[in-house]
Design a protein around this ligand. Structure first.
Ligand code: FMI
Length: 360
């Protein structure tokens, strides 16, 4: 695609085959409300009586654009993914766009006794503000912003929150994943609303994961299905270089891929957790991570999903039944992307066609 400075190499076959801080620290949660007690329950403290309302403080607007307008943006993102498939050693752009959508949404915190209404989430598109994008947990997502900026230059009427989440939906579907329902109407919020230090820390255990995701309102089964997206993509000590970029920017510090098909959405992540008997701590100078005989990786929080008996049952279920995983993931990913948002009753849920389905 001409607007991307990367040479066009179309290799669909290879593409298909190749394979937040209310930082929970002790018992306190740091939010922009300051340090507040988190409480012991998985909901991070006693919920407010009016939690149902307080948990959806962002009111989506009634949009004037129709489904076909958004399908055009879907197609522009999908074509840019397809036509620039050499990015990140031929993993391509899909996985980083999924991570971008997740990190924009995963800043969400429900209302609780310390915080009278919910905050964060994808609504305001605040991940593009330097303060939020520069959060350590977002290392490497500068590349996703670079990619999306070119799409926004062409379709400047779409809000950033809508664009970032639509990017995640497009990437999942184009990488062979399930159809994800998507709704428009997010509005821009100013840089004052940028959230930092709210995303999970990959070095932690199952209890930490359970509490962190409960802050967003997710239960065990939803947490496991969402983390199943680690079938995709790779960890990076340094983010892949962009065209013309000389000095690499830091990634998460972890390294390698989770599965042998990092640009194809599957239940392979769960199968590897259940079936592979060769997992051991990687010997290296970097952060603690697991490695198997084939050089694939797991984060400590990934391995926590088979160390915790409740999580493990769900992992085993998804390892056996990819259709069930796809069904759950579609529902849970849409929930993630819509955290904190109340839509006008007439808002339609769109299900976009893939490029293949349109013979493009
Ligand atoms: Fe994950 N992720 N993730 N992830 N993620 C990635 C990459 C990555 C964590 C940590 C983590 C979810 C949850 C969580 C997703 C999707 C999702 C990396 C490597 C790390 C360290 C980043 C890099 O480039 O080095 C946790 C432990 C902390 C934030 C965590 O809870 C969820 C819920 C999802 C989707 C729903 C994807 C697709 C990638 C690959 C990105 C890429 O660039 O390849």
């Amino acid at each position: 695609m001409a607007t991307f400075a990367i040479p066009r190499i179309s290799r669909r076959a290879l593409y298909a085959l190749s394979g937040a801080t209310a930082l929970v620290s002790g018992t306190y949660v740091y939010s922009h409300y300051g340090k507040r007690p988190q409480g012991n329950g998985p909901n991070g403290g006693k919920m407010m009586a009016a939690a149902a309302i307080a948990n959806t403080p962002f009111h989506a607007e009634k949009v004037s654009h129709v489904e076909g307008d958004y399908q055009k943006i879907y197609n522009a993102i999908a074509e840019a993914i397809r036509d620039n498939d050499e990015y990140d050693d031929y993993i391509g752009w899909g996985p980083v766009l999924v991570r971008y959508a997740w990190h924009s949404s995963g800043t969400y915190a429900q209302a609780s006794s310390g915080c009278p209404h919910a905050t964060g989430g994808s609504f305001g598109g605040t991940i593009r503000w330097p303060k939020e994008l520069g959060d350590g947990a977002n290392n490497g997502l500068q590349n996703a912003e670079w990619f999306m900026k070119k799409i926004h230059d062409k379709f400047d009427w779409i809000s950033w929150g809508d664009l970032v989440t639509l990017g995640g939906v497009t990437a999942i579907q184009e990488m062979g994943g399930p159809k994800i329902g998507w709704r428009a109407g997010r509005k821009e919020l100013s840089a004052d609303n940028a959230m930092t230090s709210r995303l999970p820390d990959a070095s932690k255990d199952a209890d930490y994961v359970r509490h962190l995701f409960a802050r967003m309102g997710f239960e065990d089964r939803e947490v496991v299905s969402l983390i199943g997206a680690h079938a995709l993509g790779s960890c990076h000590v340094y983010a892949p270089l962009l065209p013309g970029q000389k000095k690499p920017i830091p990634g998460s510090g972890y390294t390698n891929r989770w599965t042998a098909s990092p640009n194809y959405f599957t239940n392979e992540f769960f199968k590897l957790l259940v079936d592979d008997k060769s997992w051991h701590w990687k010997e290296w100078d970097g952060p603690k991570q697991w490695e198997n005989k084939d050089g694939l990786m797991m984060l400590p929080t990934d391995m926590a999903l088979v160390q915790d008996p409740k999580y493990k049952k769900i992992v085993e279920m998804y390892a056996k039944d990819q259709d069930l995983f796809f069904k759950d993931f579609a529902k849970d990913f849409q929930k993630l992307l819509e955290l904190g948002i109340e839509y006008p009753k007439e808002t339609k849920t769109f299900y976009f066609k893939t490029l293949d389905e349109q013979n493009i």
